[in-house]
Design a protein around this ligand. Structure first.
Ligand SMILES: CC(C)(COP(=O)(O)OP(=O)(O)OC[C@H]1O[C@@H](n2cnc3c(N)ncnc32)[C@H](O)[C@@H]1OP(=O)(O)O)[C@@H](O)C(=O)NCCC(=O)NCCS
Length: 163
């Protein structure tokens, strides 16, 4: 494998302009153009949820956006991971790992601030080919496979100790 391309640290999206960089340039490239999901389901209710936070990973010095992940606080100490995507040319460089770890760091801080729970729970709906990716972080399958947006998915959950 060649060296990991030079990049910024994963950071929280703070402006509409950056959000568009996530949504349009990365999510649509991966989920719509590469994977064939319909464009009209790409922007969903979580994008409008005030408990949602978007993270972005960009190359340096070009500032080309290459990776995104979205986190939503669903209830006390309960979070959803979604819309994780790394552009095809930049996979297997640990960028997916950096995005997930940034999301987990946010979950820990947010849950410690907003709840007294001993652990935070994170849920994701994994596409079947990436179940092994989530398993590397300790996510465990829960329940049967189900259809989401016309494609089979598996609910996977992770408990993150807080205290
Ligand atoms: C899933 C995805 C984000 C992974 O990104 P990535 O940058 O290639 O992953 P990383 O290089 O950070 O991989 C981290 C680890 O997971 C492993 N891994 C990566 N993809 C995997 C897969 N599909 N299945 C099992 N393990 C996988 C890597 O080998 C690496 O293992 P290691 O840490 O033991 O060496 C990327 O493949 C992607 O964007 N896919 C298309 C969109 C998608 O399916 N998103 C998920 C929707 S549920």
């Amino acid at each position: 494998m060649t060296d990991q391309p030079s990049h910024e640290i994963v950071r929280v999206v703070e402006s509409d302009k950056e959000l568009q960089q996530c949504c349009i340039q990365v999510r649509i490239d991966v989920f719509v153009h590469e994977q064939g999901f319909p464009l009209d389901v790409e922007i969903d209710a979580y994008d409008l949820n005030p408990g949602t936070i978007h993270f972005l990973l960009r190359l340096t010095p070009s500032q080309k956006p290459i990776g995104v992940i979205r986190g939503t606080r669903l209830s006390e100490a309960y979070y959803k991971l979604s819309r994780l995507a790394v552009l095809k040319d930049y996979r297997q460089f640990k960028f997916g790992r950096e995005l997930v770890e940034a999301l987990h760091d946010w979950v820990k801080l947010d849950a410690l601030e907003k709840s007294t729970a001993n652990a935070a729970k994170v849920v994701c709906h994994s596409q079947l080919p990436v179940k092994g990716f989530y398993a590397k972080f300790g996510y465990i399958p829960e329940g049967a496979e189900f259809d989401e947006d016309g494609d089979p998915h598996q609910k996977m959950v992770l408990e993150i100790p807080l205290r």
